[in-house]
Design a protein around this ligand. Structure first.
Ligand code: ADP
Length: 482
């Protein structure tokens, strides 16, 4: 249908044409786009608009198919008028390239009154039929444009325009385009909501995973606590039972007046009671200290001491006990003196705990080596035995609180697994690290490294001989001898 002469030209078209004249444009000359995207920019833009273009293309192809035989072109632009895609007849495409209608070109009013810029500017459906155009070269065309948005926030996304010959002008084109854009907008909204739902879904899944992980951790920790309580109550009961039955025995001796005749065995029972008191005392000390460390109430009193001397003194003090067990303890150092910041009382707990384990898990005739090595930034102290050794898969967990290596392996003695947890915590409080190397049947080597640095407040060198009180020693070695 030809454009009817009586059709009133909308004011926004007349005004746009006026502006073109004011800008000094010539209707006989084709306008040139001020801005043109490079190939790379087009690629990037298409990537950003991937989903939108996918939807728009899908529906545009439907229009083209339904109008088969009618020569039409469909252009898709972004919200700034840059043409992102042109669909339709290939022969028309090459003709309109001469009119400046090409992917990457920006359609603004500088190109003369055109359907893309007017549609975006007016933000409603627009048709430019024949002489509605500013450029005479476009008088033979009928163009229809509809803007499209995200319907939830009304954000302008771009325009879809149909171009055909003026002789084929029919208001049906604009109507069809408006209906199609409605479908496009609904599909875009659906996809947007779907992607929001997907994100939320993913967040929920992740959250669930985290909760599941936390639940597992909690279950693990509860199980560990339960195991610990079982272990610890057994550990507490064993020495307590010894003390309890010995008291009963003494009571019987008192009652039947046989105290005197059992004098010798009474002395050995008293010794056994004493050892079991030490054992209880060590256990309670360890539990209290670990709890204090975990609650953050345990403090180190750091001063500058000769670490070599501290360790050597500890080794000397246990020699009598290793002798009783038929073990040989050997101390070796590659430095005579190294002053570092440490808490001697805690160093003693660390070393004694490790030596006590070495004794516990070694057989008579074995040797225990205590070595000190200077590693420049660190002092390395190792306690090595050639006892029963530890299974490979247990090496990672033995420093974990309450976890004790399979009971069947620690055939020489029993334990709670609290000792190494405390040792690790004490080493770490000194900014140090501890690790273990071990081989079943060959022995174990525990090494801890302490930073070779001094505390600033302590500028006088305190050289103090650390000698464990015998009672302290007996407490630390109690589970070896009880
Ligand atoms: P406990 O105080 O019960 O002995 P520890 O924390 O000191 O607990 O040690 C945990 C476990 O690690 C021990 O029960 C033992 O199985 C293993 N272990 C520690 N030191 C040695 C060692 N020198 N040789 C073999 N096994 C060891």
């Amino acid at each position: 249908m030809l454009q009817q002469k009586h059709e009133q030209e909308p004011t926004y078209i007349t005004e746009s044409k006026k502006r073109c004249i004011e800008l000094g444009m010539n209707p006989n000359e084709l306008g040139t786009p001020k801005n043109v995207l490079t190939e790379l920019e087009i690629k990037e833009k298409k990537h950003d608009y991937k989903e939108i273009l996918e939807v728009v293309k899908f529906f545009s192809e439907k229009i083209i198919k339904s109008l088969e035989g009618t020569p039409i072109l469909i252009t898709i632009s972004d919200e700034n008028g840059y043409l992102l895609d042109i669909l339709g007849d290939e022969t028309i495409k090459s003709t309109i390239e001469l009119l400046g209608i090409k992917t990457g070109n920006q359609f603004s009013e500088d190109m003369g009154t055109n359907v893309v810029s007017l549609t975006l500017k007016q933000n409603h459906p627009v048709q430019l039929i024949g002489t509605n155009h500013f450029n005479k070269a476009l008088f033979g065309s009928a163009c229809y444009g509809v803007p499209f948005h995200y319907t939830d926030d009304n954000n302008l996304l771009g325009s879809i325009c149909i171009m055909t010959a003026v002789i084929l002008h029919n208001p049906f084109f604009l109507l069809t385009l408006t209906t199609v854009v409605d479908a496009i907008e609904r599909e875009l909204l659906l996809r947007k909501q779907n992607s929001k739902l997907n994100i939320m879904n993913e967040m929920m899944i992740n959250k669930n995973k985290i909760i599941e992980g936390q639940k597992k951790e909690l279950e693990k920790s509860l199980k560990a606590q339960e195991e610990f309580l079982t272990n610890i109550s057994h550990e507490l009961k064993t020495p307590l039972n010894v003390i309890y039955s010995t008291i009963q025995l003494f009571n019987m001796y008192c009652k039947n007046g046989s105290l005197d005749q059992n004098k010798d065995s009474i002395f050995s029972y008293i010794n056994s009671m004493m050892q079991n008191c030490y054992r209880l005392s060590k256990l309670i000390n360890n539990i209290v200290d670990l709890s204090k460390i975990e609650a953050g109430f345990f403090e180190l009193s750091l001063s500058n001491y000769n670490i070599v001397e501290i360790v050597e003194e500890i080794v000397n003090s246990v020699a009598a006990y290793t002798d009783i067990k038929g073990l040989n303890i050997i101390f070796d150092t590659d430095i005579e003196e190294r002053i570092i910041a440490c808490d001697p009382e805690k160093i003693e707990r660390i070393v004694l705990n490790l030596i006590s384990n070495a004794i516990k898990f070694s057989d008579a005739g074995n040797e225990i080596f205590v070595n000190i090595k200077d590693n420049d930034k660190f002092i390395e102290i190792s306690i090595k035995d050639n006892g029963i050794g530890i299974e490979n898969d247990q090496l990672d967990i033995i420093f974990n609180r309450f976890k004790q290596v399979d009971k069947s392996l620690s055939r020489n003695a029993e334990g709670t697994g609290i000792g190494l947890s405390l040792v690790k915590a004490l080493v770490e409080m000194h900014q140090g690290t501890i690790y273990v190397e071990s081989e079943i049947g060959k022995g174990s080597k525990f090494t801890f490294e302490l930073p070779s640095q001094k505390v600033k407040q302590e500028d006088i060198l305190i050289s103090k001989t650390i000698r464990s009180k015998i009672e302290d020693l007996q407490v630390e070695l109690s589970d070896v001898f009880s």
